[in-house]
Design a protein around this ligand. Structure first.
Ligand code: PLP
Length: 466
């Protein structure tokens, strides 16, 4: 009963009010402290323990959003959010997301909403061209890179052990990745019944790149032990240091050994939009699958992860299961994306990426990415010259990994004191057994002044702490 919904005139009024709020927020995100000054449980304690019996006026909901929710938000869209990987909900992306919620279509089948499937295939093809992958890759959208990688490992399992579908997971499959791979690789393997004992973390060289000789040796040892090497995951842009594994060398080994090769380009893949960074995906054209995350460095609101696969028929072999109520007429152009993965329901995520790619265009995207990389390298040089600090890893992209010369505890305190200022937000990690700071650049509103302003405050806190 539509009359029970928010009446159209009120929708319009509050909609305008909210768009104004969003526009102000995007223009003035800097006025918020990046990290909220809140303790665990504060928001839960402030909210009623049960939902209301009677509906409440929209004014009250909006007022409580500002009063309770916003103060507990860590502002990922803040230009000085430099933790993890820095991301952006750009204006075009937000508008696309609004339409996704409005249409509320479910793209499980072509027939359930042709626009979902066809726009998804279109933007996946556009993005594939931007990063230089050949047409042989089939593209689809997942929520996250973790989900995409899980699908890649499932396809690898279906390729090596097709009996899995009928009999369940065998116990002799082995997955290979580097010690710097994202935890999603191991999690994906675990979810698919490849126990931790059968996930090999291959060692790296002095620049944190997977060593092909160690990969080869591990595969040979596993074969001698009667195990079945199944999948190797290389990374272009590792989470810890953005190192780039030698994809072409790994691909050679995978081809020779009959392994599925999945490239985790969740963060680094975006850099391949730049001609001077195409080298990062050298060899990926022959890989079996690849994931990159527009929701990381391509100004697209969370969540949207692009998954490419050269063997979609194997994904289908692993995942297709069509009950009578979902059967549709066979037509090669009417692709049913539910056949290629776990979820049945599929949000219309392609809309926001379509808005982003069209509104920015490749040139503007390239311009922003180049600036981010330039500032990271410049900051690295500045840190190198500072007597109290050291750069802890090479800076191939837009992440600077560094530390104050001193104990881990002093570095931890430095991050905490910097974050407590609310000016910026950093996170730490551990590299080669030592605590390090990671400053990631990737938000669309970040300026050079933001980056160096954060550095000045950080180095000033460090100077006053000795
Ligand atoms: N792979 C890499 C290299 C990452 O850095 C990350 C997250 O930072 C992931 C995978 C997981 O991404 P998602 O949050 O989309 O699952």
């Amino acid at each position: 009963m539509r009359e029970f919904d928010l009446p159209p005139d009120e929708f319009r009024r509050y909609g305008h009010q909210l768009i104004d709020w969003v526009a102000d927020y995007l223009a003035e995100t800097r006025k918020f402290p990046v990290e909220p000054d809140t303790k665990p449980g504060t928001l839960i304690d402030a909210l009623p323990k049960a939902a209301p019996e009677k509906g409440e006026p929209m004014e009250c909901i909006l007022a409580d959003f500002e009063k309770f929710v916003v103060p507990a938000v860590n502002h990922w869209n803040h230009p000085r959010f430099h933790a993890y990987f820095s991301v952006s909900a750009s204006g075009p992306g937000i508008l696309g997301e609004l339409l996704t919620a409005t249409l509320n279509t479910n793209g499980m089948l072509w027939k359930s909403s042709p626009a979902n499937t066809e726009l998804e295939m279109t933007v996946m093809s556009w993005l594939r061209q931007w990063i230089g992958l050949p047409e042989s890759f089939f593209g689809m959208i997942h929520d996250t890179a973790s989900t995409a990688t899980l699908h890649a490992i499932a396809a690898a399992r279906a390729q090596t052990a097709p009996e899995t579908r009928a009999q369940g997971a065998p116990r002799d499959l082995v997955v290979y990745t580097s010690i710097h791979a994202h935890s999603s690789v191991e999690k994906g393997a675990l979810s698919l019944g490849v126990g931790q004992e059968n996930v090999r973390k291959i060692g790296v060289d002095s620049e944190y790149r997977m060593r092909p000789d160690l990969l080869e040796a591990a595969i040979a040892a596993d074969r001698r032990a009667g195990l079945r090497p199944c999948c190797v995951v290389s990374t272009t842009g590792t989470t810890s240091v953005t190192s780039v594994d030698p994809v072409a060398a790994v691909q050679k080994i995978a081809s020779r050994e009959g392994l599925w090769h999945h490239v985790d380009a969740a963060y680094g893949g975006t850099a391949a939009i730049l001609d001077e960074y195409k080298w990062m995906l050298d060899g990926a054209d022959e890989a079996d699958s690849l994931v990159m995350n527009p929701h990381k460095w391509l100004f697209t609101p969370i969540d949207l992860s692009a998954f490419y696969c050269r063997k979609p028929e194997i994904l289908k072999q692993a995942f297709s299961l069509v009950p009578p109520y979902l059967q549709t007429a066979d037509d090669p152009r009417a692709v049913n994306l539910m056949d290629y993965g776990i979820p049945l329901g599929r949000r219309f995520r392609a809309l926001k990426l379509w808005f982003v790619m069209r509104w920015f265009g490749r040139e503007k995207v390239q311009q922003i990415l180049r600036e981010h990389i330039r500032w990271a390298k410049e900051l690295g040089e500045t840190i190198r010259r500072h007597p109290q600090f050291e750069v802890a890893a090479p800076i191939p992209l837009s992440l600077v990994v560094f530390r104050m010369k001193g104990s881990d505890q002093e570095n931890r305190e430095l991050v905490e004191r910097f974050n407590a200022t609310g000016y910026g937000f950093l996170a730490g990690s551990v590299l080669d057994g030592r605590y390090v700071l990671r400053l990631a650049i990737g938000n669309i509103a970040t300026t050079r002044e933001d980056v160096f302003g954060a550095w000045e405050r950080l180095s000033s806190i460090a100077a006053h702490s000795i």
